[in-house]
Design a protein around this ligand. Structure first.
Ligand code: GRF
Length: 200
């Protein structure tokens, strides 16, 4: 399956997906909206095709998304993976990639959508936090949940220490979700994802 990964920054989730060498996942390109994204250099060094669609070059979200879609579609993706991609996407874009667009969000959805999720979980007095991989729908951080990982919130946690603990879970959760997608194990019915793991 052809896979395109979108990043905006360091791209540690992208690295985890690449390093997992998922059978059946052909990483066609890594695309960033920021030319200085550290993850681009990492991908380039490994011979992965990279591209930049700089959101600052566009007057509107619609124009940016249209160019982004055009760039992505050149790779004929079966799956598009948002890995720390920090732009809100238009409904048209989300619908174009319906059921083949994944995101990872650093909270246990449906709690703490949007930004600053780690501080929000600490401030709410939560004892557990985590991350969620989900299909992307036009409503931000609302799509069908594929998988989640949980970690404890410890008494001395800061947003940074909690983010680090969650990130290490992200790095195993996201490659597994991509593997499940490319192996056709994920089914969505009425907004609920079921995962048909092979019999062991
Ligand atoms: C991760 O915490 C991810 O959950 C969030 O943004 C961060 C991206 O980190 N959406 P990286 O670029 O993958 O290292």
């Amino acid at each position: 399956k052809n896979v395109v990964i979108l990043i905006s920054g360091r791209g540690s989730n992208m690295q985890a997906i690449v390093n997992a060498h998922i059978a059946g996942a052909d990483i066609k390109a890594v695309i960033s909206n920021r030319p200085d994204a550290a993850g681009l250099a990492w991908a380039n060094e490994r011979g992965i095709t990279t591209a930049v669609v700089n959101h600052r070059d566009f007057d509107s979200r619609e124009a940016f998304d249209a160019q982004l879609q055009h760039t992505i579609d050149a790779y004929q993706p079966d799956l598009v993976v948002l890995a720390g991609f920090m732009r809100i996407l238009t409904a048209d874009f989300c619908l174009h990639y319906q059921n083949r667009l994944l995101n990872i969000h650093p909270s246990l959805l449906p709690s703490f959508k949007g930004l600053h999720t780690h501080q929000a979980a600490i401030d709410a007095g939560c004892k557990l936090a985590g991350c969620s991989v989900h299909f992307v729908t036009p409503e931000l951080d609302h799509g069908p949940i594929i998988s989640q990982g949980a970690v404890p919130i410890l008494p001395d946690d800061t947003a940074d220490s909690l983010a680090e603990r969650i990130l290490s879970v992200e790095h195993s959760l996201y490659p597994q979700a991509v593997a499940d997608f490319v192996n056709n194990r994920l089914q969505i019915k009425d907004g609920i994802v079921t995962n048909q793991q092979p019999a062991s």
